[in-house]
Ligand binder design. Structure first.
Ligand SMILES: Cc1ncc(COP(=O)(O)O)c(C=O)c1O
Length: 442
C-alpha cells in the first residue's frame, strides 16, 4: 500500500494505534486528529481539502514553506544512492564535512566546531554533557551547575527537561538533575523589579550574577538562555545579551544560547544570539536547519570550549548513531541553498516591523489581549486568561489559520510565520486572529 495515494484505504480507526507527541490522547479516542496530507507554499493542506495558513511554521521549523520537496528530494535521493548511511563515529562523509563548513560560515565568527544530532533535545543533551566534560577535562569537576531561566523550554529528555523551567513539564519526572538553578526570565511588562521604573533596568541579568555568586562561581559551568523565550514570547530588553555575556566572563562561566527555535533565520539573522548581542560560547540548533524536510540539529561551539577535550586522555563520551546522517546533511545543505536563494533573512528584515505592527493592531482590537510582543518572524499575543487560549486558537483555525495556544508560562497565542511569508500572508494571519477574538468574545 502507498500511503500517499491510498490513504483513504486505511482503516477508519488507524489513528488509534499511533501515540502522538505532546497530545492528550483522550481527545482522539473517538475522532481522528487532523491529518495533514500535503503543503503548498505557506499553507498546510488537510485530508478533507482544508487549506490552512501555517502561522507556526510546523512548530517553528518550516522556514521555506512546503513547496521545495522535489528539489530537496532530488538531493536526498542522490545522497542515498551514493551513501545511505555510515556512522559519524571516528569517521565522516562528504555531506557532513560540507554541512559543517557551511554552518560555520553562517555562525558567529568565534564558532569553530559543530556536533551534528537529529533534533533539539538531542542537541541540548549534547551541549549539557559537553559543558560538563569541558570543565572535567581541566580538573574542575565541581564546576557543573547550570543557571537556566524560569519558563524556558529546552526539550523533553531528562537532561534537557532539567534545564526546562516549566513546572507543568517537569513535575511528573522529578527528581531531575539537581545541578540546575532557575532564575527570573526577561518579562518586561510584569517584571517585579522594573514595572514602576519606566523601563527595564536589566535586574533580570543581575539575577544571573546573584545565582552564580550564591552557588559559588567554582561550581557553575554555564548559563543557558533561549534568546527569545518561547512559552512567554519574551524578547529581552536591549543590553541584556551583552550584560549576560559580561557576567559569564567575570566568573569563568560558559554562555550557551539554545537557538533551537531562533536559529536559522527566525529572528532576522542566521543566529539570534548574534543579533541580540549574546556572543555565545555554545549554540544549540535544530528545526530550521532542515526546514523540517528531515530531522536534524546540532551544537556549535568555540575552539576554547572544545580545546580541553582535544587531548588523548579526554574523549567526549557522547554521541548518537544518527548524528550527522547523510540524508539529513544533504537535506540541510539544499535547504540552506534555498534559504539563501530566496533571501529569507532579507525577507524577515524587510517585513518584521510590518508583522509587529499587524500583531499590535490585533492586540489593540480586543480587550481579550494584554499585549503583543516578539521579534523577527516570531510574535505572540498574551491573552487575559489561560481559558481563552484554546478557544481563540480553535476559532483562528476555523478561519483558516494555524496558531499555537500555550499556557505553560502565560496565556499565549504564539505565531511564527514561515520565513518566505509576504505581507498579504501577515494580513491573513492578523485578520483571522482579529475575527477569532471577536468570535470568542461573543
Ligand atoms: C529552545 C528549545 N530547545 C529545545 C527544544 C527541543 O527540541 P525537539 O523537540 O526537537 O527535541 C525545543 C523544542 O521546541 C526548543 O524550543
Amino acid at each position: 500500500m502507498n500511503p500517499l495515494t491510498d490513504f483513504a484505504a486505511l482503516p477508519a480507526d488507524a489513528h488509534k494505534g499511533e501515540w502522538l507527541n505532546w497530545s492528550k490522547m483522550a481527545d482522539f479516542e473517538n475522532q481522528s486528529p487532523p491529518v495533514i496530507v500535503t503543503g503548498e507554499g505557506v499553507y498546510a493542506i488537510e485530508s478533507n481539502g482544508n487549506r490552512l495558513l501555517d502561522g507556526v511554521s510546523g512548530l517553528f521549523t518550516t522556514q521555506i514553506g512546503y513547496s521545495h520537496g522535489a528539489e530537496i528530494g532530488k538531493a536526498a535521493a542522490a545522497q542515498l544512492e551514493t551513501l545511505s548511511f555510515y556512522p559519524n563515529w571516528a569517521a565522516t562523509h562528504p555531506s557532513a564535512l560540507a554541512l559543517t563548513d557551511r554552518i560555520l560560515g553562517l555562525a558567529p565568527d568565534r564558532m569553530a566546531r559543530v556536533l551534528l544530532t537529529s533534533g533539539g533535545s538531542e542537541s541540548v543533551e549534547s551541549a549539557l554533557k559537553l559543558v560538563r566534560q569541558h570543565f572535567l577535562a581541566q580538573g574542575h569537576g565541581l564546576k557543573r551547575k547550570i543557571i537556566a531561566r524560569r519558563g524556558a523550554y529546552h526539550g523533553c529528555t531528562m537532561g534537557a527537561l532539567s534545564l526546562t523551567g516549566i513546572p507543568l513539564s517537569r513535575v511528573p519526572f522529578e527528581p531531575l538533575d539537581p545541578n540546575v538553578r532557575h532564575v527570573v526570565n526577561t518579562h518586561q511588562r510584569s517584571c517585579l523589579f522594573c514595572h514602576d521604573k519606566g523601563g527595564c533596568t536589566l535586574t533580570c541579568a543581575d539575577a544571573i550574577e546573584q545565582a552564580i555568586l550564591a552557588e559559588g562561581p567554582d561550581t557553575v559551568a554555564a548559563v543557558v538562555v533561549e534568546p527569545i523565550q518561547n512559552g512567554g514570547g519574551l524578547p529581552p530588553a536591549d543590553g541584556y545579551g551583552a550584560k549576560v555575556r559580561e557576567i559569564c566572563d567575570r566568573y569563568g562561566v560558559l554562555l550557551w544560547c539554545d537557538e533551537v527555535i531562533t536559529g536559522f533565520g527566525r529572528v532576522g539573522g542566521w543566529f539570534a544570539s548574534d543579533r541580540l548581542g549574546f556572543n555565545a560560547d555554545i549554540c544549540t540548533f535544530a528545526k530550521g536547519i532542515t526546514s523540517g524536510y528531515a530531522p536534524g540539529g546540532g551544537v556549535i561551539f568555540t575552539e576554547a570550549v572544545g580545546a580541553p577535550l582535544i587531548n588523548a586522555e579526554a574523549m567526549y563520551a557522547h554521541g548518537f548513531t544518527f548524528g550527522g546522517h547523510p540524508l539529513t546533511c544533504a537535506v540541510a545543505l539544499t535547504n540552506l541553498d534555498i534559504m539563501e536563494r530566496l533571501g529569507v533573512i532579507e525577507n524577515v528584515l524587510a517585513n518584521e516591523d510590518y508583522y509587529a505592527a499587524a500583531m499590535a493592531d490585533v492586540a489593540a482590537s480586543s480587550e481579550l489581549v494584554v499585549e503583543a510582543r516578539g521579534k523577527g518572524f516570531y510574535h505572540s499575543l498574551e491573552l487575559t486568561d489561560n481559558a481563552l487560549t484554546a478557544p481563540v486558537a480553535g476559532a483562528t483555525r476555523k478561519r483558516g489559520v494555524i496558531v499555537r495556544p500555550d499556557v505553560r508560562v502565560k496565556p499565549m497565542i504564539v505565531t511564527a510565520m514561515p520565513l518566505i511569508s509576504e505581507r498579504s500572508h501577515i494580513d491573513e494571519l492578523a485578520d483571522a486572529l482579529k475575527a477569532a477574538l471577536v468570535d470568542v468574545k461573543g
